[in-house]
Design a binder for this molecule. Structure first.
Ligand code: NAD
Ligand code: IPM
Ligand code: MN
Length: 357
């Protein structure tokens, strides 16, 4: 069986880490006899926007919907296209159009990588952020009134639906139930955001009745952020609304030394549409063009994609390979964010060689 994979590098370091993601993917496919049909697309990038006046072709949905997965780099080049135009016009359309309602973001302190938190070693930080990915604070309901006048009003409504919240909570509970610690942490803010968030807490309780084996704790998002830094070992599975989950899934990886290694899976669990796999990080204009971006976020996303496609062993081999290369700690191989003076390519090649065995 052939897996059809849409490959979209995007912008900035997305175009630099993607070749290394593909190198790892192809090495694993070769070793495990997996048949992949990789189909590159140039849209969902700011270059495409500059040429066509829009981020996506009108028929993007038709062209992508029959793929088994989408492998994405990063998008955004604010120097030429405003971020809200590029991101709303691409990545956020994919997440919503393909109903990828779970954004699964593992956060793990890897061997050989130094945490900025004193005294933390691998094993101390090992959790998942499960982020609601299609609604919440990322809503298109609202508008500007009296634009440009002293009376100007700007409104953007948070939209939470019972279906939308219950399904991501159920996913998070299932994940927690499958882990040894069986602990779910909910990010709330019911003290200040006093309509949607108390209701979120109610749904956490209601859905939790189906999972008596999972112990649940809730923290307001402000102290939760503090606890990520003070007590990262408390966390196992963290479930959060779209915006809270976005922030926590940069903070978590920062606690593990670099956001350059963090992967994500934008999942449509029903399988009606393709899921999308991409690093957590963006296009990093500050380092783009230097060839020094860490490719592990992209490579780990490839591992999550293979696992999603039913090739758990191949995914695990990729994870094993980048852990081994990091543990070896050769500064000539590693990128600067993890203490080396190597390049995107030296690190990517070392990992691919390790995958091949
Ligand atoms: P960013 O993630 O691109 O960069 C933040 C910081 O982390 C920068 O200093 C960067 O150099 C560093 N960094 C990021 N990835 C790295 C890697 N792989 N290796 C080493 N260092 C890395 O976030 P930003 O600067 O806020 O955003 C830049 C652009 O990317 C904006 O257009 C933004 O909208 C977009 N963005 C896109 C995505 C996405 O495509 N999923 C995610 C976040 C931001
Ligand atoms: C992410 C990114 C996106 C988000 C942006 C670029 C719209 O930060 O994938 O985490 O906020 O979801
Ligand atoms: Mn983000």
């Amino acid at each position: 069986m052939t897996h059809r994979i849409a490959v979209i590098p995007g912008d900035g370091i997305g175009k630099e880490v993607m070749p290394e993601g593909l190198r790892a993917l192809e090495a694993a496919a070769e070793r495990f006899g997996i048949d992949l049909a990789l189909e590159p697309f140039d849209f969902a990038s700011c270059d495409y926007y500059l040429a066509h006046g829009q981020m996506l072709p009108d028929d993007w949905f038709e062209r992508l919907k029959d793929h088994d997965a989408i492998f994405y780099g990063a998008v955004g080049w604010p120097e030429t296209v405003p971020d809200h135009v590029s991101l709303w016009g691409s990545l956020l359309q994919f997440r919503r159009g393909f109903d990828q309602y779970v954004n699964l973001r593992p956060c793990r302190l890897l061997p050989g990588v130094k945490s900025p938190l004193a005294g933390r070693a691998p094993g101390d930080i090992d959790f998942y952020v499960v982020r609601e990915n299609t609604e919440g604070e990322y809503s298109s309901v609202g508008g500007r009134m009296f634009e440009g006048t002293e009376r100007e009003v700007v409104i953007q409504e948070t939209v939470m639906t019972r279906t939308g919240v219950d399904r991501v909570l159920a996913y998070a509970y299932e994940l927690a139930a499958s882990r040894p610690r069986k602990t779910l942490t909910s990010a709330t803010k019911s003290n200040g955001i006093a309509i949607t968030m108390p209701w979120w807490d109610e749904r956490v309780k209601a859905v939790g009745e189906r999972y008596p084996e999972v112990s649940v704790q809730a923290f307001h998002i402000d102290i939760l952020a503090a606890n990520f830094v003070m007590h990262p070992d408390w966390f196992d599975v963290v479930v959060a609304s779209n915006l809270f989950g976005d922030i926590l899934s940069d903070l978590g990886p920062a606690c593990t030394g670099t956001i350059g290694v963090a992967p994500s899976a934008n999942i449509n669990p029903d399988g009606a549409f393709p899921s999308l796999f991409e690093p957590v990080h963006g296009s990093a204009p500050d380092i783009a063009g230097q060839g020094i971006a860490n490719p592990i976020g992209q490579i780990w996303s490839a591992a999550m994609m293979l696992e999603h496609l039913g090739h758990g062993e191949a995914g695990a081999a990729i994870v094993y390979a980048f852990e081994a290369v990091l543990a070896e700690g050769d500064p000539a191989v590693l990128t600067p964010d993890v203490g080396g003076h190597g390049t995107t390519e030296t690190l990517g090649r070392a990992i691919a060689e390790r995958i091949s065995g």
